[in-house]
Design a binder for this molecule. Structure first.
Ligand code: ACO
Length: 326
């Protein structure tokens, strides 16, 4: 009998400081940067985002989201035997945010804990790794988290990027089960596109080298995202022997409502089958999918037994899809 990895609990957390487009526009105006609610809503669908306080790190957001997921799964933290955190804004160069999270959760069982770096595809990558480890018997009960403080790497002098992103975390508990859970997964990367979306800095000799703020060629990212997401979705469906008609919910990376609308159109899905949180969260990179999933579950939209397609795309260029039964 096949051993599946099934989601048994979800959780998410947004830092309390919420900025509407008008709030952000007012702050940027103080530095001579001009933007407007109208421009941001029309091009992206974003209306608000949350920013973490300066002393709050990815592991702090991850902790809040994880505690909710653990509670929803009805388990104890010590029952977790694998922790994977997807993040591009880790607490430190090392150790991993996952190891820091393990300690903050009070887990003392020595379970493996590591980060996955695939930018906005990070959660889909992390779910796929956890699924593989559960299928092989290497893990029984995994905590998979996407957590970001993207506000730390934004260039607030660049209005083409700083209006797009926000901070937050989402988490799931994935448990070994005979009942269907993750049905198929599809991961890809193409490193030839490194330059279209990157934070081109690093730490060397005690100094930051390069420019450690986000750079993006928005139009190039848009075109690539739209073309690869459809292919990944179809490949994941084909592997599971399903078609687009079998999808109850599409939960894509929440970058831009226009990318999401285009993906839904190609899959012949109406927008009322798409969980949308980009309007309230902005783009929270690796956290966006688990944040949207938790929103879908807690709002009663996404229900047990339904077929859900998660789709990620981001810097690298990376992309992928995970098809699952809730
Ligand atoms: N406020 C007001 N005006 C702006 C702003 C802003 N915040 N940003 C740019 N503009 C202006 C530009 O200066 C330009 O003015 P000009 O015509 O006078 O030169 C005009 O708006 C159009 O700029 P474009 O960059 O061509 O705008 P575009 O329609 O391409 O929209 C956007 C930009 C929203 C970034 C779009 O390219 C996009 O959605 N790309 C997808 C990328 C994305 O979603 N990335 C998220 C991260 S990647 C990921 O998560 C996968």
């Amino acid at each position: 009998m096949r051993r599946y990895a099934r989601i048994t609990g979800t959780g998410s957390y947004l830092p309390p400081r919420r900025l509407t487009n008008n709030d952000l526009a007012a702050e940027l105006a103080q530095h001579g940067i001009e933007t407007s609610d109208e421009w941001i809503v029309e091009r992206t669908g974003i209306r608000a985002r949350h920013f973490a306080a300066p002393d709050v790190s990815s592991s702090d957001l991850a902790l809040e989201a994880s505690q909710k997921a653990i509670e929803a799964a009805g388990i104890g933290a010590q029952d977790i035997d694998l922790i994977i955190v997807a993040t591009s804004t880790p607490d430190m160069v090392f150790p991993s945010t996952a190891a820091i999270l393990q300690h903050k959760l009070g887990i003392t069982n020595g379970c493996p804990a590591f980060d996955v770096q695939a930018v906005c595809s990070g959660f889909v990558y992390a779910m796929t790794v956890a699924d593989s480890m559960i299928q092989t018997g290497a893990a029984k009960r995994a905590l998979v988290v996407g957590s970001e403080v993207f506000s730390r790497i934004l260039d607030f002098n660049d209005r083409t990027t700083c209006v797009l992103f926000g901070d937050g975390a989402g988490a799931v508990i994935l448990e070994a089960s005979e009942e269907p859970g993750i049905l198929s997964a599809e991961l890809h990367a193409d490193g030839s596109h490194v330059g279209i979306l990157c934070v081109p800095g690093n730490v060397s000799g005690g100094k930051v080298l390069g420019d450690p703020l986000l750079k993006m060629d928005g139009q190039a990212v848009f075109k690539l995202a739209v073309s690869v997401l459809d292919k990944a979705a179809r490949a994941a469906l084909e592997k599971a022997g399903l078609t687009d008609a079998d999808i109850d919910w599409l939960i894509p990376h929440q970058a831009n409502i226009r990318i999401m609308q285009s993906t839904a159109r190609k899959l012949k899905l109406s927008m009322d089958k798409v969980v949308v949180t980009v309007d309230q969260h902005g783009n929270t990179s690796a956290a966006s999918i688990p944040l949207a999933l938790d929103h879908g579950v807690r709002s009663g939209q996404v229900q047990k037994g339904q077929t859900v397609l998660l789709e990620g795309v981001g810097g690298g260029f990376t992309w992928g899809a995970v098809l699952l039964k809730m």
